[in-house]
Design a protein around this ligand. Sequence first.
Ligand SMILES: Cc1cc2nc3c(=O)[nH]c(=O)nc-3n(C[C@H](O)[C@H](O)[C@H](O)COP(=O)(O)O)c2cc1C
Length: 403
Amino acid sequence: MYSVRKVTDDLYWVGANDHRLHLFENIHPIPRGVSYNAYLLLDEKTALFDTVDWSVCRQLLENMEYLLGDRPLDYLVINHMEPDHGASIEEILLRWPEVKVISTEKAFLFMRQFGFHIDGHELIEVKEGDTFSFGKHNVAFVAAPMVHWPEAMVTFDTTSGALFSADAFGSFGALDGKLFADEVNFDRDWIDDARRYLTNIVGKYGPHIQLLLKKAGGILDQIKYICPLHGPVWRKDLGYFIDKYDKWSRYEPEEKGVLIAYASMYGNTEAAAQALAARLCEKGVTNVWVYDVSNTHVSYLVSESFRLSHIVLASVTYNLGIYPVMHDYLMHLKGLNLQHRTFAIIENGSWAPKSGDLMQKFVDEELKNMTVLNERLSLASALHPDKAAELESLADAIVESMA
Ligand SMILES: Cc1cc2nc3c(=O)[nH]c(=O)nc-3n(C[C@H](O)[C@H](O)[C@H](O)COP(=O)(O)O)c2cc1C
C-alpha cells in the first residue's frame, strides 16, 4: 500500500520509515528509527529526487506507482549516492528503462564503483551552477562536496523554492506520518537526534557545511522548503535550524553548560564527578550533564560535546593510560574536529596516576583551539574530605570561565 505526503501541489514525499535498523552506518544507535526521504515532482515531466535504502525500496516503488499512474518517470536526480539513498537506483532504472539520470560526474563514478549498471541509460552530468527545466519547475544544481560525501550536490527548485538538501538538514528519527518539522515539537523531541546525526556524521566537515550555508545565504529569502534525505521537511521557521547548523559547523557551543564525562570502575571517580556536579549547581550553574562513558554510546557524548561549552574529563588511570572508553571518546572528538571548548580534568589512580597528564596532553596536542583549566582534581583512589578545597577551586574555576 502506498504511503505518501504532499509537500506542495505537485511535489510529494515518497520515502519510507525504518524502525528495524538498530545502528545507522552500523555504528550509531537509532532508537527512534530513521526515515529515508525521496521526492517525486509531477511537472510536465516527472522527476524523482534521490532514492531510498534497499530495505525500503518496495515502499518507494508502491508510492511511485500510485502517483505516476500511467505516466512514465522521465528523470531521476541523484543528489547523494551513498547507499542509504542510492541503493535503489538500479531498481528504478530497471523499472523505468527510459528514465534519464541527472547527477554529478563523481556520483556516476561511484555508481559504477558500487556495481550499478547505469551505462546504457541516458546520463546527464551536471555541475555547480547548471540549470534544468522539468516544465514549470526550473532547478539549479549546487555542489556540496563533503556534505557528506565528495559527490554530493543539492538541487534548488527556483520555481517553488524547494531546496533538496541531500544529507544537510537531516535528522535521525522515523517520521511516522508527520512530514513537516512544524507538525512535531522539534525543539523538544527532535533537536537532540538532529544534532547527534549532524555532529557524528558530518561533524568533521564543518568548513564544507559553512561553504554550503554561504551559498544558501545568497538565496535565503527564496528558500521556502528544505527537503532533506532524512527527517522532517522544513517549511516554517527555517532560520531556527539554519542557525543550529551554523553553530555546529563553526564548532560553537549552543549553550553555556557543563558536560561531565566520567570513566570509573569501582565508583570513586563517579562519586567525584557527582560531587563536582553538586558543587556547580550549588554555585548556580545548573546546566550540568553527567555521563558515564562506559554506558553512554559515544555518539551521544559527541552530540552533547557539540551542545555544551564546557567538558570535564574524569578518568581513572588504566595500565598507565587513560581508561580505554574515555580515550575512545576523545578520539571521536578529534576525528570530528570539535573546537572552542573549555576543559577541566579529574584524574584517579591507586599507585601511579597518569590519566590527568595524558588527557591534558591529548586535549592540548590532538584537539584544536581548546582551553584546559589549570585547576585539576587529582585523586588517590577516592575523594576524601581533604580534597574539598581542590574540588571547590575546580568548581570555582569552571564557574568563572563561564562568565
Ligand atoms: C586493569 C587496571 C589497571 C590499572 N592501572 C592503574 C595504573 O596504571 N595506575 C594507577 O595508579 N592505578 C591503576 N589502576 C587502579 C585504578 O585506577 C584505581 O583503583 C582508581 O582509583 C579506581 O577508581 P574508580 O573507583 O573510579 O574505578 C588500575 C586498575 C585496573 C583494574
